[in-house]
Design a protein around this ligand. Structure first.
Ligand code: DHB
Ligand code: FE
Length: 285
Protein backbone atom coordinates (compact mmCIF):
# COMPACT_ATOMS: atom_id res chain seq x y z
CA UNK A 1 0.00 0.00 0.00
CA UNK A 2 1.10 3.60 -0.53
CA UNK A 3 2.07 5.60 2.55
CA UNK A 4 2.43 9.33 3.22
CA UNK A 5 5.99 9.91 4.41
CA UNK A 6 5.59 13.63 5.05
CA UNK A 7 4.22 17.00 4.14
CA UNK A 8 6.01 20.18 3.12
CA UNK A 9 4.61 23.71 2.86
CA UNK A 10 6.57 26.34 0.97
CA UNK A 11 6.09 29.74 -0.70
CA UNK A 12 6.32 29.89 -4.51
CA UNK A 13 7.41 33.46 -5.43
CA UNK A 14 8.50 33.72 -9.11
CA UNK A 15 11.61 35.79 -8.18
CA UNK A 16 13.00 32.61 -6.55
CA UNK A 17 13.14 31.05 -10.03
CA UNK A 18 15.08 34.10 -11.27
CA UNK A 19 17.56 33.79 -8.36
CA UNK A 20 18.05 30.07 -9.13
CA UNK A 21 18.64 30.84 -12.82
CA UNK A 22 21.25 33.47 -11.89
CA UNK A 23 22.90 31.28 -9.19
CA UNK A 24 22.24 33.81 -6.40
CA UNK A 25 21.81 31.26 -3.59
CA UNK A 26 24.78 32.70 -1.62
CA UNK A 27 23.84 36.35 -2.23
CA UNK A 28 23.07 38.13 1.11
CA UNK A 29 19.46 38.88 0.07
CA UNK A 30 18.81 35.24 -0.87
CA UNK A 31 20.97 33.19 1.49
CA UNK A 32 18.61 33.20 4.54
CA UNK A 33 15.88 31.93 2.25
CA UNK A 34 17.78 29.25 0.32
CA UNK A 35 19.66 27.87 3.32
CA UNK A 36 16.30 27.02 4.88
CA UNK A 37 16.04 24.21 2.32
CA UNK A 38 19.33 22.44 3.16
CA UNK A 39 17.80 20.44 6.00
CA UNK A 40 14.66 19.82 3.96
CA UNK A 41 16.74 18.15 1.23
CA UNK A 42 18.65 16.08 3.82
CA UNK A 43 15.28 14.92 5.17
CA UNK A 44 14.06 14.08 1.64
CA UNK A 45 17.18 11.94 1.10
CA UNK A 46 16.18 9.98 4.23
CA UNK A 47 12.44 9.57 3.62
CA UNK A 48 12.86 8.93 -0.16
CA UNK A 49 9.52 9.87 -1.73
CA UNK A 50 8.61 8.16 -5.02
CA UNK A 51 5.74 10.54 -5.83
CA UNK A 52 4.72 14.08 -4.87
CA UNK A 53 1.06 15.06 -4.62
CA UNK A 54 1.53 18.78 -5.21
CA UNK A 55 -1.26 21.07 -4.00
CA UNK A 56 -1.00 24.54 -5.49
CA UNK A 57 -2.97 27.27 -7.23
CA UNK A 58 -2.78 28.10 -10.91
CA UNK A 59 -2.24 31.84 -11.61
CA UNK A 60 -3.77 32.02 -15.11
CA UNK A 61 -1.48 29.73 -17.10
CA UNK A 62 -3.70 26.64 -17.30
CA UNK A 63 -7.03 28.04 -16.06
CA UNK A 64 -8.12 31.62 -16.67
CA UNK A 65 -10.91 33.68 -15.14
CA UNK A 66 -13.40 32.51 -17.76
CA UNK A 67 -13.19 28.86 -16.59
CA UNK A 68 -11.69 27.99 -13.25
CA UNK A 69 -12.45 24.84 -11.28
CA UNK A 70 -12.56 24.98 -7.48
CA UNK A 71 -10.54 21.74 -7.31
CA UNK A 72 -8.69 20.07 -10.20
CA UNK A 73 -6.46 16.99 -10.37
CA UNK A 74 -3.97 16.26 -13.15
CA UNK A 75 -4.00 12.84 -14.80
CA UNK A 76 -1.28 13.25 -17.42
CA UNK A 77 1.89 11.30 -18.20
CA UNK A 78 3.84 14.52 -17.87
CA UNK A 79 3.25 18.19 -17.07
CA UNK A 80 4.66 20.96 -19.22
CA UNK A 81 5.74 24.34 -17.88
CA UNK A 82 5.39 27.47 -20.08
CA UNK A 83 6.32 31.15 -20.13
CA UNK A 84 4.10 33.13 -17.73
CA UNK A 85 5.81 36.44 -18.49
CA UNK A 86 8.01 36.51 -15.36
CA UNK A 87 11.19 36.11 -17.45
CA UNK A 88 11.93 32.69 -15.97
CA UNK A 89 13.54 29.83 -17.91
CA UNK A 90 10.86 27.34 -18.96
CA UNK A 91 11.42 24.10 -17.05
CA UNK A 92 11.55 20.72 -18.77
CA UNK A 93 8.44 18.55 -18.19
CA UNK A 94 7.74 16.90 -14.85
CA UNK A 95 6.81 13.19 -14.97
CA UNK A 96 3.27 12.29 -13.89
CA UNK A 97 1.85 9.14 -12.30
CA UNK A 98 -1.44 8.47 -14.15
CA UNK A 99 -2.24 5.36 -12.04
CA UNK A 100 -2.10 7.33 -8.78
CA UNK A 101 -3.89 10.30 -10.43
CA UNK A 102 -6.85 8.16 -11.51
CA UNK A 103 -7.01 6.47 -8.13
CA UNK A 104 -7.04 9.89 -6.46
CA UNK A 105 -9.77 11.12 -8.82
CA UNK A 106 -11.95 8.01 -8.26
CA UNK A 107 -11.47 8.21 -4.52
CA UNK A 108 -12.12 11.99 -4.27
CA UNK A 109 -15.29 11.82 -6.37
CA UNK A 110 -16.40 8.81 -4.28
CA UNK A 111 -15.77 11.01 -1.23
CA UNK A 112 -18.10 13.71 -2.67
CA UNK A 113 -15.39 16.10 -3.95
CA UNK A 114 -16.58 16.91 -7.49
CA UNK A 115 -13.19 17.72 -8.95
CA UNK A 116 -12.20 18.59 -12.52
CA UNK A 117 -9.97 15.91 -14.09
CA UNK A 118 -7.25 17.18 -16.40
CA UNK A 119 -5.55 14.87 -18.87
CA UNK A 120 -3.47 17.83 -19.99
CA UNK A 121 -2.32 20.48 -17.54
CA UNK A 122 0.25 23.24 -17.86
CA UNK A 123 1.96 23.82 -14.54
CA UNK A 124 3.07 27.32 -13.50
CA UNK A 125 5.62 28.77 -11.03
CA UNK A 126 3.55 27.57 -8.06
CA UNK A 127 4.46 24.00 -9.06
CA UNK A 128 7.86 24.42 -10.74
CA UNK A 129 9.59 26.63 -8.14
CA UNK A 130 8.92 24.41 -5.10
CA UNK A 131 10.06 21.40 -7.18
CA UNK A 132 13.30 23.24 -8.06
CA UNK A 133 13.84 24.09 -4.38
CA UNK A 134 13.39 20.47 -3.25
CA UNK A 135 15.22 18.87 -6.22
CA UNK A 136 17.68 21.41 -7.72
CA UNK A 137 19.66 21.28 -10.98
CA UNK A 138 16.86 19.88 -13.12
CA UNK A 139 16.71 16.57 -11.20
CA UNK A 140 13.52 14.56 -11.77
CA UNK A 141 13.73 11.77 -9.15
CA UNK A 142 9.99 11.76 -8.30
CA UNK A 143 6.73 11.46 -10.21
CA UNK A 144 4.06 14.10 -9.61
CA UNK A 145 0.30 14.47 -9.24
CA UNK A 146 -0.87 18.12 -9.38
CA UNK A 147 -3.90 19.18 -7.35
CA UNK A 148 -5.02 22.75 -8.10
CA UNK A 149 -7.18 24.73 -5.66
CA UNK A 150 -8.78 27.97 -6.84
CA UNK A 151 -7.34 30.83 -4.76
CA UNK A 152 -7.86 33.41 -7.50
CA UNK A 153 -11.48 33.87 -8.63
CA UNK A 154 -14.11 34.28 -5.88
CA UNK A 155 -15.95 32.45 -4.42
CA UNK A 156 -13.02 30.45 -3.03
CA UNK A 157 -13.32 27.23 -1.00
CA UNK A 158 -13.11 27.78 2.78
CA UNK A 159 -10.16 26.72 4.97
CA UNK A 160 -12.38 24.01 6.52
CA UNK A 161 -13.31 22.69 3.05
CA UNK A 162 -9.64 22.60 1.96
CA UNK A 163 -8.72 20.75 5.17
CA UNK A 164 -11.41 18.17 4.37
CA UNK A 165 -10.11 17.90 0.80
CA UNK A 166 -6.68 17.16 2.29
CA UNK A 167 -8.19 14.48 4.55
CA UNK A 168 -9.82 12.90 1.48
CA UNK A 169 -6.48 13.06 -0.39
CA UNK A 170 -4.87 11.29 2.60
CA UNK A 171 -7.50 8.51 2.49
CA UNK A 172 -7.03 8.18 -1.27
CA UNK A 173 -3.23 7.84 -1.02
CA UNK A 174 -3.43 5.32 1.81
CA UNK A 175 -5.85 3.12 -0.14
CA UNK A 176 -3.64 3.02 -3.27
CA UNK A 177 -2.45 -0.59 -3.66
CA UNK A 178 1.06 0.18 -4.98
CA UNK A 179 3.96 0.20 -2.53
CA UNK A 180 4.90 3.90 -2.77
CA UNK A 181 6.30 6.64 -0.56
CA UNK A 182 4.24 9.77 -1.12
CA UNK A 183 5.14 13.33 -0.18
CA UNK A 184 2.33 15.90 0.00
CA UNK A 185 3.52 19.39 -0.90
CA UNK A 186 1.42 22.56 -0.45
CA UNK A 187 2.69 25.78 -2.03
CA UNK A 188 2.00 29.53 -1.82
CA UNK A 189 1.63 32.12 0.93
CA UNK A 190 2.46 33.02 3.51
CA UNK A 191 1.16 36.58 3.97
CA UNK A 192 1.35 38.77 0.88
CA UNK A 193 -0.68 41.20 -1.17
CA UNK A 194 0.47 42.15 -4.65
CA UNK A 195 -2.00 44.90 -5.55
CA UNK A 196 -4.35 47.57 -4.28
CA UNK A 197 -3.98 49.87 -1.26
CA UNK A 198 -2.39 47.17 0.89
CA UNK A 199 0.22 46.09 -1.72
CA UNK A 200 3.29 44.89 0.18
CA UNK A 201 1.24 43.91 3.26
CA UNK A 202 2.88 41.23 5.45
CA UNK A 203 1.63 39.91 8.83
CA UNK A 204 4.36 38.03 10.70
CA UNK A 205 2.30 37.20 13.85
CA UNK A 206 -0.43 35.67 11.68
CA UNK A 207 2.09 33.66 9.63
CA UNK A 208 3.74 32.26 12.76
CA UNK A 209 0.31 31.39 14.15
CA UNK A 210 -0.43 29.52 10.87
CA UNK A 211 2.83 27.55 11.06
CA UNK A 212 2.26 26.70 14.74
CA UNK A 213 -1.32 25.62 14.04
CA UNK A 214 -0.31 23.50 11.04
CA UNK A 215 2.33 21.77 13.17
CA UNK A 216 -0.45 20.70 15.56
CA UNK A 217 -4.19 20.48 14.94
CA UNK A 218 -5.12 23.52 12.84
CA UNK A 219 -8.43 24.26 14.59
CA UNK A 220 -8.25 28.07 14.81
CA UNK A 221 -7.04 28.29 11.20
CA UNK A 222 -9.78 26.05 9.77
CA UNK A 223 -12.42 28.02 11.72
CA UNK A 224 -11.57 31.20 9.74
CA UNK A 225 -13.53 32.32 6.68
CA UNK A 226 -11.83 33.11 3.36
CA UNK A 227 -12.38 36.82 4.05
CA UNK A 228 -10.88 36.52 7.57
CA UNK A 229 -7.73 35.01 6.03
CA UNK A 230 -7.53 37.70 3.34
CA UNK A 231 -7.91 40.42 5.98
CA UNK A 232 -5.13 38.89 8.10
CA UNK A 233 -2.77 37.57 5.38
CA UNK A 234 -3.41 39.80 2.34
CA UNK A 235 -5.23 39.03 -0.90
CA UNK A 236 -2.69 36.44 -2.05
CA UNK A 237 -2.00 35.23 1.49
CA UNK A 238 -5.11 33.12 0.94
CA UNK A 239 -2.75 30.70 -0.86
CA UNK A 240 -2.26 29.21 2.62
CA UNK A 241 -5.33 27.14 1.62
CA UNK A 242 -2.85 24.88 -0.21
CA UNK A 243 -0.88 24.33 3.02
CA UNK A 244 -4.10 23.63 4.93
CA UNK A 245 -5.04 20.91 2.40
CA UNK A 246 -1.51 19.45 2.68
CA UNK A 247 -1.90 19.33 6.47
CA UNK A 248 -5.29 17.61 6.18
CA UNK A 249 -3.68 14.73 4.26
CA UNK A 250 -1.27 13.95 7.11
CA UNK A 251 -3.85 12.80 9.68
CA UNK A 252 -4.61 13.94 13.21
CA UNK A 253 -1.09 14.14 14.67
CA UNK A 254 2.17 15.30 13.11
CA UNK A 255 5.75 15.99 14.15
CA UNK A 256 7.47 19.19 13.02
CA UNK A 257 10.81 18.27 11.42
CA UNK A 258 12.00 21.69 10.31
CA UNK A 259 10.83 25.21 9.50
CA UNK A 260 12.14 28.43 8.05
CA UNK A 261 10.54 31.88 7.87
CA UNK A 262 12.09 34.85 6.10
CA UNK A 263 10.73 38.33 5.27
CA UNK A 264 10.53 39.45 2.55
CA UNK A 265 11.14 37.58 -0.66
CA UNK A 266 9.80 39.97 -3.28
CA UNK A 267 6.44 41.01 -1.73
CA UNK A 268 5.98 37.82 0.23
CA UNK A 269 6.67 36.40 3.68
CA UNK A 270 8.50 33.21 2.69
CA UNK A 271 7.62 30.23 4.87
CA UNK A 272 8.72 26.61 4.78
CA UNK A 273 7.50 23.82 7.03
CA UNK A 274 8.35 20.10 7.05
CA UNK A 275 6.00 17.71 8.85
CA UNK A 276 5.90 13.95 9.39
CA UNK A 277 2.54 12.23 9.88
CA UNK A 278 1.32 10.32 12.95
CA UNK A 279 2.85 6.89 12.46
CA UNK A 280 6.20 8.19 11.21
CA UNK A 281 6.07 10.80 14.01
CA UNK A 282 5.53 8.09 16.62
CA UNK A 283 8.48 6.03 15.29
CA UNK A 284 10.84 9.02 15.35
CA UNK A 285 9.84 10.05 18.90
C1 DHB B 1 4.72 36.97 -5.76
C2 DHB B 1 4.16 36.00 -4.89
C3 DHB B 1 3.31 35.00 -5.41
O1 DHB B 1 2.69 34.04 -4.64
C4 DHB B 1 3.05 34.93 -6.77
O2 DHB B 1 2.28 33.92 -7.22
C5 DHB B 1 3.60 35.89 -7.63
C6 DHB B 1 4.44 36.90 -7.12
C7 DHB B 1 5.65 38.03 -5.24
O3 DHB B 1 5.78 38.24 -4.03
O4 DHB B 1 6.32 38.67 -6.07
FE1 FE C 1 1.17 32.87 -5.84
Amino acid sequence: MARIIGGVGTSHVPAIGGAIAKGLQEDPYWKPFFQGFDRTREWLAKVKPDVVVLIYNDHGLNFFLDKIPTFAVGAAKEYMNADEGWGLPVQKPYPGDPDLSWHLIESLVGDEFDITMCQEMLIDHAFAIPMQLLWPNGARPVRTVPVAINTVQHPLPSPARCYKLGQAIGRAIESFPQDLNVLVLGTGGLSHQLDGKRAGFINKPFDLMCMDELAHEPKALTALSVHDVIEKAGTQGIEVLNWIAMRGALGPSVREVHRNYHIPISNTAAGMLVLEPGEAAAKAA
